[in-house]
Design a protein around this ligand. Structure first.
Ligand code: AMP
Ligand code: ZN
Length: 112
C-alpha cells in the first residue's frame, strides 16, 4: 500500500521514533507546530477517524494511553493538546489515522 505512515512504521522511511509497541507507533512530526509535537498512529492501516468501528476501536483507546505516557515523559504537566484531523475539510493530509500530541506552549481555542 502506498501509505507514508505505513512505510514509516515498517522502517522503509526514516523517522524520529518516540515509542513503539505491538500495536502503536509514535514519532516526531517533521514540521513541529509546538515544542513537543508527536504523531501517534496505529500500526494497522486505518484511513481516518471516520473508519473507527467496533472491530478496531481498541487500538484507538490504546493510543490515548500511549499519549498520556508520552506526555508524562515529555514533562507536559501544564497540559497538552491531542488533535485528529479527519478528512479533507479538516486538513487531513495523510490518510492513515494519526493523533497529534502537542505541548510546551499555550494554545488558543477554537483551533483554526
Ligand atoms: P495531518 O495534516 O493532520 O494529516 O497531519 C499530517 C502530519 O504529518 C503533518 O503535521 C506533517 O508535518 C507530518 N508529516 C508528513 N510527513 C512526515 C514525515 N515523513 N515524518 C514525520 N511527520 C510527517
Ligand atoms: Zn497506512
Amino acid at each position: 500500500m502506498d501509505c507514508l505512515f505505513c512505510k514509516i512504521i515498517a522502517g522503509e522511511i526514516p523517522s524520529s521514533k518516540i515509542y513503539e509497541d505491538d500495536t502503536v507507533f509514535a514519532f516526531n512530526d517533521i514540521d513541529p507546530q509546538a515544542p513537543v509535537h508527536v504523531l501517534i498512529v496505529p500500526k494497522v492501516h486505518i484511513a481516518s477517524a471516520d473508519d473507527i468501528n467496533e472491530k478496531n476501536s481498541d487500538v484507538i483507546a490504546h493510543i490515548f494511553e500511549v499519549a498520556a505516557k508520552i506526555a508524562k515523559e515529555k514533562g507536559l504537566s501544564d497540559g497538552y493538546r491531542i488533535v485528529n484531523n479527519c478528512g479533507d475539510q479538516a486538513g487531513q493530509t495523510v490518510k492513515h489515522i494519526h493523533f497529534h500530541l502537542m505541548g510546551g506552549r499555550d494554545f488558543t481555542w477554537p483551533a483554526g
